[in-house]
Design a protein around this ligand. Structure first.
Ligand SMILES: Nc1ncnc2c1ncn2[C@@H]1O[C@H](COP(=O)(O)OP(=O)(O)OP(=O)(O)O)[C@@H](O)[C@H]1O
Ligand SMILES: [Mg+2]
Length: 234
């Protein structure tokens, strides 16, 4: 198992945002975490990334207990997150944003960045322009591209399709599938349930911090309660 979450709790004061969450992500998988606003999806990813503390539970990555590692050490070892709302630096150039993705790497990242420009010609054309000139979709691609510079084994994406037009959503999901086929394991938080279940191998549904259901896309889609609550709203 590449990434294993065991009995994880996240607390913000009295607010119990994640309760006894367990989750597995195997090499080669896309696993999706679904749930309504406030269900605890972002808190879960932040706890895995190490930017909010675990109140209880463990995070295992490549067999090691990384629960006490800093976020930077996790990134350096290949556990990378694309946060909600992209969080690229719009005053910096596209190229400078990509270089930030290399902050945990001591070796030369030029080859990676060249490969990224080949994959994302829109970014290559704008490499010396401020990221503010990019469209919303291009900014999301830049956020993903920046995460790729860290050479991840696992990429966590927090609602990457939010605010994108249908065409860009389609392109983004094609990119997710493509990255997965080239060996990247992906933990995908989405409110676009239909798209997420179309690409995922397995999924978990969170409600008020708890897992209420897990299974294959077929199993999740055939559940009437889940369908009523989350499906068809894409
Ligand atoms: N920094 C914080 N301090 C206090 N409470 C927080 C904090 N961040 C999140 N929460 C609370 O924790 C709960 C889970 O929030 P979280 O952002 O993880 O949910 P989410 O599933 O990502 O929601 P959304 O779909 O809106 O992004 C909510 O009740 C939220 O108000
Ligand atoms: Mg969130």
């Amino acid at each position: 198992m590449l990434l294993r979450i065991e009995q994880l709790d996240v607390l913000y004061g009295r607010n119990h945002a994640v309760k006894a969450m367990s989750l597995d992500l195997d090499a080669g998988e896309i696993v999706t975490v679904l749930g309504a606003n406030g269900a605890g999806k972002s808190s879960l990813l932040k706890a895995i990334q190490g930017t909010v503390p675990l109140a209880r539970g463990r995070v295992l990555f490549k067999g090691a207990n990384i629960s006490r590692w800093s976020a930077a050490r996790r990134v350096g070892n290949g556990l990378v997150m694309v946060p909600e709302g992209r969080q690229i630096f719009i005053g910096m150039t596209v190229h400078e944003n990509l270089l930030l993705g290399a902050y945990t790497r001591r070796d030369d990242t030029a080859a990676e960045i060249d490969a990224i420009y080949e994959r994302f010609p829109n970014l290559a054309q704008r490499r010396d322009l401020p990221a503010s000139v990019l469209s919303g979709g291009e900014q999301q691609m830049l956020a993903v591209a920046r995460a790729l510079v860290a050479r991840p084994a696992v990429m966590m994406l927090d609602e990457p399709s939010l605010g994108l037009s249908p065409i860009l959503v389609k392109q983004l999901f094609e990119l997710i599938v493509d990255l997965n086929r080239s060996g990247l394991a992906i933990l995908l938080v989405e409110q676009n349930t239909n798209m997420a279940l179309a690409v995922a191998h397995r999924g978990y549904v969170l409600e008020l911090g708890r897992t209420v259901m897990q299974g294959t896309p077929a199993e999740l889609s055939s559940d009437e309660q889940l369908a009523a609550a989350y499906l068809g709203q894409a």
